[in-house]
Write a protein that binds this ligand. Sequence first.
Ligand code: FES
Length: 185
Amino acid sequence: FPLPPPPAEPADPSRRRVLNLLLVGAASPVVFGVLGPYGASLSPPHPGGGRGGLQTTVATDVDGAPVTVAALVAAAPADGRKTMVVGVGGEPAWLTAAAPDRLDHFALCAVCTHMGCVVPWVPARGRYVCPCHASEYDHEGRVLRGPAPLPLQLEHAAVEEDGGAVLLSTWTEDDFRTGKAPWWT
Ligand code: FES
């Protein structure tokens, strides 16, 4: 008997990543939970391959609900204070609670620069470790160990004064980690 055709994949890689996150399961309305090696089929980011210029988005949870800084800080574990949200271009992004009521001014796109797997933060190691080929990044997204060729993409993170929603936007200035123009623009 002929096998039934496989289910159609969403054509948009960003949407695929979010769907992958949904398949992994959300641990809370804000935190996406433990990430596994489920992104090997995803496409790697390309240097110079920006995502359509300057983009700004409201950070949301996997259901599309805006997250607030208060919820993020409350949900962030004390041993890392990192929380994953849906960021620019619908990609997963890591936010860091820098203080009890404040976020770092930048977010990190959680897409590995090697082959595009979603990169989890590993509190016990104090670094991001890619589940696919073991690339490692420091807390600001610099490559500590390859094969990842490039640091994680930066996004600006700002908090709206009314309501505390988190606005994420494309980082277009020089990359403070390299002192050079960002590779993603
Ligand atoms: Fe290969 Fe991350 S996708 S190390």
